[in-house]
Design a protein around this ligand. Sequence first.
Ligand code: ARG
Length: 290
Amino acid sequence: MKKLTALLLALCMVFALAACGEDAETAESAAPSEEPAESAAPSEEPAENEEPAAESGFTTVEEGKLIMSTNAAFPPYETTDDSGAVIGIDPEIAALIAEKLGLELVIDDVDFDSALLAVQQGKADMVMAGVTVNEDRLAVMDFTASYATGVQVVIVPEDSDIADMDGLEGKLIGCQRGTTGYIYASDTPENGGYGDENVIAYDNGITAVEALKNGQVDAVIIDNGPAKEFVEANPGLKILETPWVEEEYAIGLSKADSADALNEAISNALQELIDDGTVQSVLDKYITAE
Ligand code: ARG
């Protein structure tokens, strides 16, 4: 119940923020849209580039760059390819935002906790890492509107006797350090968790799944997106049919006043990509429907 209230609160706040962003965008775009595009000065760039960074009044951590912190062990949102490049839903959306803002995207791949901290400490302009919006994070970060949803699920070996959430009682659970899955699972049983002593935090989802395969934990609690990918890549594992907590993913932003203009530009760019269906097509490209 507490969890649900917290989630609802977080959602309300996301929608409140999103609403702000939309108003600002409508106000800004009202003027140019009254005139047909052709009447603009012929020497001007195409519509997307109408507002170069210099005129938008925002500042970034490094001039001309949009630094995104992430933890690339979370496919399909972010993972690395053979060359070590970070690929996935988040970098793809981030690249489109950077393009709209006239900035060069720079991706900083670190631990998940560090990715969240980077934005709070002014080392990154935004964190995109399948970050769930929750009350605690809203206290230290700003967020854009939600661009995707996630559900916490349980991965177990195919022959496991764990059949549902109750079956996890007294078992060892692996999670990714600093994630909502860890926070919920390690909470007290009165609060719907399984107790700190029953939960082991791993550096990331991949190492948690390795530990499950090696029998070091009985189950892994993680977001459904990566869970599906990990189970597909590791025969002998399955996802329980009982989805746990539902969450909203958004881009985490700095709370510093100096970041307000950039935050608004990022939020507006994301909103445009949501409204014109681009975000959905990126999600569809990486997430195949069942
Ligand atoms: N959605 C979860 C959270 O926000 C897990 C995110 C983990 N992301 C990652 N890139 N490793 O806590």
